[in-house]
Design a protein around this ligand. Structure first.
Ligand SMILES: [Fe+2]
Length: 314
């Protein structure tokens, strides 16, 4: 019955079915913007289904005269991505009208500026139900400021939110939504400790993180685009990175090697039966896969391309 009503909601387009999830593609308009909608269903054994709007990689380059050296870069990036800031309001409206709390999995800002952090704290933090940070929130294209350092930008991003961006848990309707920052492709022992405590609660879990966890399908699908020379996944096996380094002569790809700790934690997430889904982004490509546990990992295509995901968790 649930499956039928879900299919009934589908606007038009293709349908894909994984063992634990169901995907449909469609279109919808909001505030004169034509969005591409991917509908994803994740089975988590909830008494009552929950719906969310998931976006990733909006890449808003927001800048004013307080960061004068970044202005030309912001202008160029906005031109390249067709002023993604104009999409924020329609996205929020889309979510509100349909009663779907907004989930963001990072790179909502293209790079850090004073104006950008203001927008993050005044609009994004207010309009989003759960946020997980991406590498671009911690990023500055233009880095001439002597006072700049990564720690500083990470702190500035974290200060925009009332909850801990490194790790936070949000319980709704019997579901535990956990946001874990893996923007630098690694996990920390502190995140692991907190994760174990959440598993102890025994509720079904959905993880939000920016960087998808390695699976063979994600690796192959992302690299099937000849433009992509490195997998950009969390905990890619080292032999797979080695292979790419030899193939493309790009030794930099080995920098994507995860710590042994991250490999252990990622493997544990993929095995954990309570983890029902992982929502992520970073790749600017819609990719779906299932872990050996049956959990669905879905990567949202970039929101600056007007790609949104409606997530139904049953
Ligand atoms: Fe990213």
């Amino acid at each position: 019955m649930l499956r039928r009503s879900f299919l009934d909601c589908a606007v038009k387009g293709t349908v894909g079915i994984l063992s634990a999830g169901l995907f449909t593609k469609g279109f919808a308009q909001e505030d004169s913007v034509d969005f591409n909608i991917t509908k994803v269903q994740i089975n988590a054994g909830l008494k009552k289904p929950l719906k969310f709007l998931h976006i990733s990689d909006l890449h808003m380059a927001i800048c004013d005269g307080r960061d004068p050296k970044s202005l030309p870069k912001a202008h160029g990036r906005n031109k390249l991505m067709h002023n993604p800031q104009n999409l924020w309001k329609p996205i929020v409206q889309y979510a509100r009208k349909r009663n779907m709390p907004l989930l963001c999995t990072g790179d909502i800002l293209d790079f850090g500026t004073q104006k950008g952090y203001e927008f993050l704290s005044e609009s994004v933090a207010e309009d989003t139900y759960v946020f997980s940070s991406g590498n671009h929130e911690y990023f500055r294209w233009v880095n001439p400021a002597p006072e700049y350092n990564v720690k500083d930008v990470i702190e500035k991003t974290k200060a925009c939110f009332k909850y801990d961006l490194e790790f936070s848990s949000h319980i709704v309707g019997g579901l535990n939504i956990i946001s874990i920052d893996n923007a630098n492709m690694n996990f920390t022992p502190r995140q692991y400790e907190l994760y174990l405590k959440e598993v102890q609660r025994g509720l079904p879990i959905i993880i939000l993180c920016h960087t998808p966890l390695y699976t063979q399908k994600f690796y192959e699908q992302f690299l099937s685009d000849p433009e992509n020379k490195s997998p950009n996944l969390c905990a890619t096996p080292v032999e797979k990175l080695q292979h790419l380094a030899e193939k493309f002569g790009n030794k930099g790809v080995l920098n994507q090697r995860a710590s042994a700790f991250t490999e252990m934690f990622a493997a544990q997430i993929k095995r954990e039966k309570l983890v029902k889904g992982v929502l992520c982004g970073h790749l600017h490509m819609q990719i779906n896969d299932t872990f050996e546990s049956g959990a669905v990992q879905t990567c949202a295509d970039a929101a600056f391309k007007k790609e949104l995901q409606e997530i139904t968790i049953c």
